[in-house]
Design a protein around this ligand. Sequence first.
Ligand code: MG
Length: 391
Amino acid sequence: MKISSIVLVLSAATFVATVAQASTGQPFYGDAPDAHHPWCVHDWNRPQPPVVAPQPLKDAKPPAGAVVLFDGTEASVNNWEADKQGHEATKWILKDGVFQCVPKSGYVRTKEQFGDCQLHVEWASPTPPEGESQGRGNSGIFLMGQVEIQVLNNYENPTYADGFACAMYAVSPPLANALRAPGDWQQIDITFRRPIYKDGKCTDPGFITVYENGILVQDRVQLEGPTGHMKRPEPRDLGETAPLKLQDHGNPVKYRNIWIQPLPPRTAADVAKTVPMTEEATAAKRKEIAAMVRDAAAKLPAGSLDQSLRLAESLVYEKDEATCKTVEAFAAKFVGDLKQVPADKIESKKDEAKRVYNAFKYLTKFKLVEPAQLSFAELEGIVKAHGWDKH
Ligand code: MG
């Protein structure tokens, strides 16, 4: 066997060994599984994200209203500062329109603060690739400075699944590995929804959606708190806004075309409006709707059919005792009057009777009123006797 053939065989064997290691490497490392997490943090038994072909590079110009954080100019470098104490000018360099990490200079952060946002970032890993696993082209995008979307050269470079490029680090591996080759530009699009806390209680954990080179890799994944190495995050209030950070992990990773579109602020009140609403928020909203309907009823002729039915409508939203009594009294009178109508005139009451019947039928069906109290059985008897329920 020629030496070159031996090398080839050995290379293949090494590659197989590397792949095999992906399911067994480095146990007893990150935090252990718990009741909600079947895997350890950084668990090599967690499946590797499948390789998926990236979409072609797209024209990703910032939309109107977006904050341009880096556009290749010196001026846009001034949007950033060192994350180290003192927050001096960053030592990261601007070269050929590219913002490049200088190893050991520390993280950079934006001077401006952001919360909910749409974020676009482009990055490229150093070539030729050096190091392996987490040591190859590592950086990171830290939303609100605390939740890392991993930047890593995973092109033919296995690592633990929750540390892959576009993983929410230590939490959620990407759905796919859609990376281009080392040195090529990678386009990342993120939608970030911060956690919402009210009176110290979490009302919305926050979510993140990520596209890597046009491929969905995080599908509205729930946040679990600030991410970190080996540690299971713990949910925490991150505040309303915080600087965006980029990581110095010791590799000269390059960045370009970074813009952020702040999304309308989301408060606890906004969360309460989402579906399904909390019981508390729903009760409050139903009370509000009932009051609005009663107000509308108050403008109609007192004691009229229209007013009574509008009041009955308010009971759909809220069981108000006074309104119940008014509606019951109307129903009793209506049915009493109906019984007095001579047989040859009864057809003239058909439409009114049907309207009242339909309202009460609905209220009883959904147990919004007590049927007996609304003379419902009597009314139903009359309606059915005349076949008004048929058409
Ligand atoms: Mg990183």
